[in-house]
Design a protein around this ligand. Structure first.
Ligand SMILES: Nc1nc2c(ncn2[C@@H]2O[C@H](COP(=O)(O)OP(=O)(O)OP(=O)(O)O)[C@@H](O)[C@H]2O)c(=O)[nH]1
Ligand SMILES: [Mg+2]
Length: 464
């Protein structure tokens, strides 16, 4: 991306398809000149003005609204104007060509690169980097929950909290530098206790914010959940029960499901794609064996695996066998929920109540009666850091992964910093604070390099 702010950039801000209206943006030093050329006058600042638009060969090609924003009070911080024209491709082409005809060697007018309007806004101090990213996310947000989570970033409270934390770090660093460079006679003793207390408060905020961002992160993906287990344990019945529709064939014969059956469910704002798979068993049937292979492959790449085991005959050694099987398939147990199935039958047949092995990541269900299904749904959501009865007050924010990673790293560094403060290792505390500050400033973009910025903004829409 060019860093030449002398260039005036133009872009279609609405979709490049024929439509009733289109919005076309111009930003940079030639904006006024372009405007005067097209509509014959400079409209009042920030007032929507009706005008006739003339092409470079002085023919009227459309009539519409135009809004001029005098820099620096504009989105980009530069002179900026927005044309509202009829959205036919011919009109848009003439408007583009007319703008481009105003390009001169020292006053270039050119098409904007993706994200270039936002990059200029950021470079001109109109917004922090995380806010520019939030706007780009807002454009791509497909659900109401995600829009809410992004707006929590755009309302600036997050940015203010980061700045407060940053200021605290800067002040403490300045104090520490003085103590490192001057004697204690001159500066007095470092008061570790109030410092530690203060940092611990910041750590609490960081922890809450990271959790809120992890919840937000969960909103943006389709989560894949594979249902696996031996034949006939009730995988397809569970699939149908979870989806509340008849997607998989259920039959008392073992080996019913062969191909992977997929179906999507919206659960507590999450988009979940369930995959019912072929029951696992030794088989000479090549078609069935291929189905099993595909099912296990899907389990390996899924975000979560429901490993179904028939409650009847279940004991600790069966469970251990299952755990060893997961290991052999390279399926991490952290992404597995053991689902003990057909618990209704088990209850009927087991006279003395043998206890079902107790595991944190296990749930007993009956897909037939519905027992345990609510609990299972809650476990799925908890796995993705959400709960089914997510009320609106629960803090969910949406941040880019790079920002969440920085918050996590900042939390780790400040935790180490507390330990170093307790042992009065001031050099180490100062270094921890420096590193923590770098993490924060990368989020807001107060310190960043051109290469990183180029990468970030190139993923934006053109015209934004
Ligand atoms: N009583 C009872 N029967 C169940 C339950 N879940 C499944 N079944 C029965 O168990 C049999 C097998 O169910 P499926 O859902 O087809 O089992 P599966 O694991 O998909 O089997 P494959 O596709 O062959 O691997 C069917 O007769 C179901 O009606 C349950 O919770 N309770
Ligand atoms: Mg099945």
């Amino acid at each position: 991306m060019s860093g030449l702010v002398n260039d005036t950039i133009i872009a279609l801000a609405s979709a490049p398809v024929a439509s009733a209206l289109a919005i076309f943006r111009v930003s940079g030093p030639s904006t006024k000149r372009i405007l005067k050329n097209i509509i014959g006058f400079l409209p009042a600042n920030r007032v929507s003005t009706l005008a006739k638009f003339r092409s470079s060969n002085n023919k009227i090609f459309d009539k519409g609204l135009v809004v001029f924003f005098h820099g620096p009070k504009s989105f980009t911080g530069e002179d900026l104007c927005e044309f509202q024209v009829h959205g036919g491709l011919g009109v848009i082409k003439i408007l583009m060509d007319t703008c481009l005809s105003q390009s001169f060697p020292n006053n270039i007018v050119r098409f904007a690169e993706p994200g270039e309007f936002s990059k200029r806004a950021y470079l001109n101090g109109k917004m922090c980097l995380h806010e520019a990213e939030a706007i780009s996310d807002l454009i791509n947000a497909e659900s109401e929950a995600k829009v809410d989570a992004i707006n929590k970033i755009l309302d600036q409270s997050f940015g203010k909290a980061i700045l407060l934390l940053s200021d605290f770090i800067i002040d403490t660093r300045a104090e520490l530098e003085a103590r490192i460079n001057f004697s204690e006679d001159e500066t007095g003793f470092f008061q570790a206790a109030p410092f530690v207390k203060n940092v611990e408060k910041k750590l609490d905020w960081l922890k809450d914010t990271i959790e809120a961002a992890q919840k937000g992160e969960a909103l943006s993906h389709k989560h894949a959940i594979a249902i696996i287990g031996n034949t006939n344990v009730g995988k397809s019945t569970l699939m149908n029960r979870l989806l509340e529709k008849d997607v998989s064939i259920i039959h008392k014969l073992a080996g019913t499901t062969r191909d992977i059956i997929r179906s999507t469910l919206i659960l507590g704002n999450l988009q979940i794609e369930f995959f019912d798979t072929a029951g696992i068993r030794d088989t000479k049937n090549e078609v069935e064996a291929e189905g099993i292979r595909r099912g296990l492959l899907k389990a390996q790449t899924s975000n979560l695996v429901l490993f179904c085991i028939n409650t009847e005959g279940l004991n600790n050694s069966k469970l251990q066998e299952a755990q060893e099987f997961l290991l052999s398939q390279q399926i991490a147990e952290q992404k597995v929920i053991f689902v003990f199935t057909k618990v209704d039958l088990y209850r009927e047949r087991t006279a003395e109540k043998r206890s079902i092995p107790h595991l944190k990541n296990a749930v007993s269900i009956s897909a037939k009666t519905g027992e345990g299904i609510i609990e299972l749904r809650e476990m799925l959501l908890r796995h993705f850091h959400l709960s089914e009865n997510q009320d609106n007050d629960t803090e969910i924010i949406f941040l880019k992964k790079r920002s969440v990673d920085n918050l996590v790293e900042c939390h780790r560094i400040l935790t180490a910093c507390v330990e170093n403060a307790k042992t009065n290792s001031l050099d180490l505390v100062a270094e921890d604070l420096r590193l923590a500050q770098v993490m924060l400033s990368e989020i807001t973009g107060k310190i960043s390099n051109e290469q990183v910025l180029g990468k970030i903004f190139s993923k934006f829409c053109i015209g934004k």
